[in-house]
Design a protein around this ligand. Structure first.
Ligand code: ADP
Ligand code: MG
Length: 716
């Protein structure tokens, strides 16, 4: 019976939007462009913002910099031609107390719209000053036409996201009519007791208030409920997935039984356990681990000993020493008789890891091999064989590890470096390489704000290396304008004369590898002939053969080269402690996260390091980005700023952003709600792990819905 009722309700909500008052076939086809096909769609198309028309400011009180809704009569509209056939339209609005001029650049159709009604107008936008007069550029406008409008005027009015050809008024009327006739059919998936416990308003109330708030407080409460709900289903979905993963049987590494170095094949000389593993770690590493590194290693080892597969994310800012942590995990697996694989996002980084790991493990008699797509066929065949017969205990590679038919003899641990560059898919396929489910360790250098981690990687356990190795001097970052370039160059020369080395990152001119190479070659040539004809300069770009890259990196690492000109291929992983300066040309073209990654290539030794950003201030946003870079070295702060400036979808990359597209929720503004939703989800699953109780049926349906969306993203 309950089902029948629900079905009845649901189907009414599926009524086509065209039957809503004031919509009809004409507007419904335009609304369909926004994905609004049914009444339910309309109810869940929330306003972008509100306009409080109960008290609009008199025009005499407008202040520059404010976002305002200006109300007044259109006094005069003039169109002036600009160069290139473009026009500027200026419309003066007055309310008796003062005036403001609305300005549109090259939108000639506005004129017709304005002339049709020389009446009262509402304009929303930011107030600016120009020649002592107040202006609003490209405002959103609305004309107040009829009696009905007037009567309804003094309210908080919703402003919806629209598409071309859809008037704000039609959208408002549609939402209003949906509320009037269908709200009673809305059923709340969240039980009353649950709402009470979490201080949330019921769904019908919230829908009504989000569209037509009686006051700001109620609008906030409605929003809170709806945002919480968005986060809640997503967190339930993630937590359930995570639980399922924990029911699989993985390897239970017996670190206590880990063979001590020098033990024979039969493992007769069993070492006294984890303690001895620590001893071996201390012998293996040329430095003392930081407290944070030790803690994270212990967390990983604990996971490895458990019978469920490890799925752990290690986050640590650039230079925090993730490689050493990975090496310790690998050592443990190898000592238990398993192979391990390390997957890196680029050839250069794979090379770098190979060099580092080889250096660490070779003295211990542990065989490390490199396996990348660009290796000469013969060497690659050999590596493939060694992976398959178990001779290679550690295999370092790129995607080639996953994409090609690489078989492992006994893969026990997969380490994925810089995971944010890989899709969810690759993570899964590396896991499936072995018949036994290997443990997975994901390392990410890009600090991800906690809220984003919880949404992107909610199914992973997280360890954070929140400490840098001792003796590092914070990198000094300066922003210089292009006309100060020669001073920058002199500064670099001085440092080179003191024995240091420098990176020059060429301007980012396009996504195309070829164009990028051109830019690097230009800079290389210019520096080599004009600026530093007496210095040794190397060039590194994406179109070089692996052997050539390796050669250049080797020369730079050995100090043979003073300067390395490069494209962003050095963004990750490259580790040359004597390189203390990085000059980034056209730094405004790079994203914040990318700048931070690039900068992480310096500041790796005991010498003071510098990062010089050369850029014009092309926009407010650019200036803010560059300013943040000069103000902090803290990757987490930078990531927060990046999230704020660019939005989560951009950061996560399209592959993973699917479940980051929220209707209302904002990962920064609503981080507290996200935490609440997360603990509510964990809590609910503790009481009803599979959501089988009757009162949780509606919740389960919502979760299934979001789960199928996630599945779609993963497959596509
Ligand atoms: P990440 O991958 O986290 O950016 P790396 O693992 O490349 O950092 O380490 C950065 C540099 O710091 C390397 O040169 C590494 O040898 C060094 N390093 C790592 N851990 C320590 C430590 N505990 N003490 C001193 N140096 C360290
Ligand atoms: Mg690294």
């Amino acid at each position: 019976m309950a089902e029948l009722v629900e079905h009845g309700g649901t189907s009414k909500l599926q009524t086509e939007a065209q039957f809503l008052k004031g919509v009809g076939p004409k507007w419904s086809s335009v609304m369909a462009k926004l994905g609004l096909r049914t009444v339910e769609d309309v109810l869940f198309h929330f306003p972008r913002r509100y306009e409080d028309r109960r008290h609009l400011p008199p025009l005499s009180q407008l202040q520059p910099g404010q976002f305002v809704t200006a109300r007044g009569e259109l006094k005069k509209v003039e169109t002036r031609p600009l160069r290139g056939g473009k026009v500027i339209i200026r419309a003066v609005v007055s309310d008796g107390t003062g005036e403001v001029t609305l300005v549109w650049f090259n939108q000639p159709w506005i004129k017709r719209k304005l002339e049709a009604y020389r009446e009262e107008i509402l304009a929303y936008g930011m107030v600016r000053v120009n020649n002592y007069a107040l202006e609003i550029h490209s405002p959103e406008i609305e004309l107040i036409e009829d009696e009905e409008d007037q009567a309804d005027f003094a309210k908080i009015v919703p402003v919806y996201g629209l598409t071309e050809g859809l008037p704000q008024k039609v959208m408002r009327r549609a939402a209003e009519s949906a509320l009037t006739f269908y709200l009673s059919m809305i059923q709340d998936p969240l039980p009353v007791a649950f709402l009470k416990a979490h201080g949330l308003r019921p769904l019908p109330w919230s829908l009504s208030q989000i569209h037509q708030p009686t006051d700001e407080v109620k609008a906030q409460e409605a929003r809170k409920r709806l945002v919480f709900e968005e986060f809640f289903y997503m967190q339930l979905e993630t937590q359930m997935r995570r639980k399922e993963a924990k029911q699989e049987l993985g390897i239970s590494f017996d670190l206590r039984q880990a063979k001590a170095p020098g033990s024979n094949l039969f493992g007769e000389q069993l070492a006294p356990v984890t303690g001895s593993l620590w001893d071996e770690v201390h012998k293996m590493l040329p430095f003392e681990l930081t407290g944070a590194q030790k803690r994270v290693i212990q967390e990983i080892w604990d996971d490895m000993q458990r019978p469920i597969p490890m799925n752990r994310l290690v986050q640590g800012d650039v230079g925090s020493g993730k490689t050493a942590v990975a090496a310790c995990a690998m050592l443990a697996a190898v000592r238990c008789g398993y192979q391990t694989a390390l997957m890196a996002p680029t050839e250069i980084l794979a090379d770098q890891h190979y060099i580092n790991l080889h250096r660490l493990f070779d003295p211990l008699g542990i065989q490390v091999v490199l396996l990348t797509g660009k290796l000469p066929a013969q060497r690659r065949r050999k590596a493939t064989t060694q992976a398959a017969n178990g001779e290679a205990q550690i295999v370092v590679g790129t995607h080639a590890l996953v994409e090609e038919a690489v078989k492992f003899h006994r893969l026990g641990l997969a380490v994925i470096d810089e995971q944010h560059r890989f899709g969810v898919l690759q993570r899964a396929s590396l896991r499936n390489k072995g018949e036994i489910i290997p443990d997975v360790l994901v390392m990410t250098a890009t600090p991800i704000p906690r809220t984003l981690t919880m949404t992107m990687h909610g199914d992973l356990d997280v360890s954070i290396i929140d400490e840098l190795p001792p003796g590092r001097k914070p990198i000094k970052t300066h922003w210089r304008r292009p006309n100060e370039r020669s001073r920058v160059y002199e500064g670099v020369r001085k440092l080179v004369e003191e024995g240091r080395q420098a990176y020059f990152v060429c301007p980012m001119i396009s996504e195309s590898d070829k164009m990028q190479t051109q830019a690097a070659e230009d800079l290389y040539y210019r520096l080599g002939t004009e600026t530093y004809p007496d210095l040794k300069i190397g060039l590194l770009h994406g179109q070089m053969k692996p052997a050539e890259k390796e050669e250049v990196m080797l020369q730079f690492r050995s100090g043979e080269l003073n300067i390395l000109v490069s494209t962003v291929v050095i963004e990750v992983g490259v580790d040359v402690p004597n390189a203390t300066t990085m000059v980034i040309e056209d730094a405004n073209r790079f994203g914040l996260a990318q700048l931070h990654q690039l900068r992480g290539r310096v500041g790796r030794g005991g010498h003071q390091s510098y990062c010089i950003l050369i850029a014009e201030a092309t926009s407010e946003e650019t200036s803010e980005r560059l300013r943040i870079m000069t103000e902090t070295n803290d990757g987490f702060r930078i990531a927060e700023a990046d999230l704020r400036l660019r939005g989560p979808g951009e950061i996560a990359g399209t592959k993973q952003s699917g479940n980051l597209d929220f209707r209302l929720a904002d990962l920064i503004r609503d981080s507290v709600l996200l935490e609440q939703a997360r603990s509510a989800a964990i809590d609910l699953l503790e009481r009803d792990p599979s959501l089988i109780k009757t009162e949780h049926q509606a919740i389960l349906n919502k979760v299934k819905q979001s789960r199928s969306e996630v599945a779609l993203i993963t497959v596509s």
